[in-house]
Structures are given as C-alpha cells and as structure tokens.
Design a protein. Sequence first.
Length: 126
Amino acid sequence: MPEQQYFDSMMVAMLSTYWVLWLALGIFLIVCTWKIFEKAGLAGWESIIPIYNAYCMYKITWGNGWLFLLTFVPIVNVIMGLVTLYKLAVVFGKGIGFFLGLLFLQIIFFPILAFGDAEYTPNFPT
C-alpha cells in the first residue's frame, strides 16, 4: 500500500505543476495581448472580455470589427483566422515570416509583437 500512496502523491505533484505552468502561460499571453491592444490605441482591458476581444482584434486588423461574425461560419472561420493573423503582422510593420511565426510559435512571437519596437500603422482603405 505505501507504493500506491507514493504514486498518488507523485501524480498530484505532477498535475499541480502542469496546471500552474498552464496558468502562468495563460496569464503571460493575456499580458501580451493587453500590450498589443494598447499599442493599437485600444484600452488593454478590452483584450480580456470574451467575444468583445475578437471584435476589437478584427477592428485592429481589418478596420471593421463586425467582420469577426464570419468566424461563426464553418470553414470561413479558419480562413478568416489565418488572414487576421497575417493582417496583424502587417499592421505592425512585419512581413510573411513574422506571420508564420505568429501562426506556429505564438508563445514567442506575441511577446515580440507586444514588447518589441513594432508600431501600429493601420493601412485600411478609407
């Protein structure tokens, strides 16, 4: 029976560590998104409100926040998500390489966008 207690305590320790790391990662990404919103001229708190943050992200990238409603259409949502990530890179003066970084390594490229020297320059048709 002592082996079972040892195993149980090890599982609790591993799961606790796992959840603490995920929580820390989540908070870090919230801070990064907050900074990106502030760079784009929006209030940082808008990045933590579900659904409204998607509206604001589309306003930052497309100039029209209501386009986020297209994310509720199957298949279109994948395309819109990819184009929005690309446009996020573009409005902060980055290129296709940075878009690919945002797509595959968000944990690295979102902080670069948030804390780096990238400046928001919207280029929407008026």
